[in-house]
Design a binder for this molecule. Structure first.
Ligand SMILES: Nc1ncnc2c1ncn2[C@@H]1O[C@H](COP(=O)(O)OP(=O)(O)OP(=O)(O)O)[C@@H](O)[C@H]1O
Length: 284
């Protein structure tokens, strides 16, 4: 579990990127931070692995205040996947995936064997192992980026617009791949996007941000769709309602969450009926 408590970040030039942000991110679930450009998503993500330190407030991982942990080992134990894959251009695919395990002292042969297995995990043919990143498609590069993020077998996987730079078809494939991976691996995923459809597709918990990392609404996709907290959220989630991939429809006594082809993606359960399900905001 990751817990932000009254976290703010002001950069030296005075920009208040995050203003008093508090949130619990449950273990083994995907939390998606979604908001427009400059709303503080990347800053929030980078505070989890101490690439950025808060100006005030605390962040805990499983009860440990990360300000008390050494940044480098902390960072090496958390998977991080970025938009441009962040691969080292002069290293082969296999060496890119094995980089962090090697830095952590895993013997070379073992690190490479594990990296080969990870290529399978992310749906890449092992024959690509000896290519350089420039010899791969954008989608393949992103898969290598995900494999690299998983290489240290982290409990936490941070993903910063990982599918933002690929075309829509490849993007849809990568999204499905992540859903499959997550159902197998059960990581605590924190995913940043500015695409609300992607947020609803991938998120167990979706956090809609205004500027300054202020939370406009947090909840499961169906809850947000059914009860947008205010006009800001309503317009954010309904900007292209006509083409919406996921939408709610009332059938009899139930609110059903349907995809664009009318297939059932979920059933909305009223909060009062979920007394036994955990409240994602409740401290645990
Ligand atoms: N190193 C920095 N120094 C000063 N200001 C910064 C720095 N990094 C980010 N900011 C500012 O902090 C605010 C939040 O930035 P951040 O990158 O977290 O937003 P974001 O929601 O991830 O945006 P995007 O979707 O465009 O990536 C912005 O106003 C940005 O200009």
């Amino acid at each position: 579990m990751i817990e932000f408590r009254s976290v703010s970040k002001q950069f030296p030039d005075g920009t208040l990127a995050v203003d008093d942000f508090s949130l619990t991110l449950p273990s083994r679930q995907t939390t998606v931070l979604v908001g427009s450009s400059g709303s503080g998503k990347t800053t929030l993500l980078r505070m989890i692995n101490r690439m950025v330190d808060p100006s005030s407030g605390t962040i805990e991982i499983d009860g440990a205040d990360i300000a008390q942990l050494e940044p480098v080992p902390l960072r090496r134990g958390i998977g991080y996947v970025m938009q441009d894959s962040g691969l080292l251009p002069h290293r082969t695919v296999i060496d890119n995936v094995a980089t962090v395990p090697l830095l952590r002292g895993v013997p070379r042969k073992k690190a490479r064997a594990e990296a080969l297995t990870l290529l399978d995990t992310v749906g890449l043919d092992q024959t690509l192992a000896d290519r350089y990143p420039s010899q791969l498609s954008g989608g393949q590069q992103q898969r290598v980026g995900v494999a690299r993020g998983l290489a240290v077998n982290p409990n936490i996987l941070l993903m910063d617009e990982p599918f933002g730079a690929v075309d829509p078809i490849v993007r849809a494939e990568l999204q499905q791949e992540l859903i499959r991976l997550q159902s197998e691996l059960g990581k605590t995923v924190v995913f940043v996007t500015h695409d609300i459809e992607e947020a609803f597709l991938l998120g167990d918990q979706v956090v809609i941000l205004r500027d300054g990392g202020r939370i406009a609404q947090v909840g499961a996709p169906a809850e947000i769709l059914a009860n947008p907290a205010d006009d800001f959220v309503a317009s954010f989630v309904g900007a292209d309602r006509g083409k919406r991939a996921l939408h709610l429809e009332r059938r009899g006594d139930s609110d059903l969450l349907l995809d664009s082809e009318g297939r059932l993606a979920g059933v909305l359960v009223e909060p009062r009926q979920t007394a036994h399900s955990p409240d994602p905001q409740a401290p645990r």
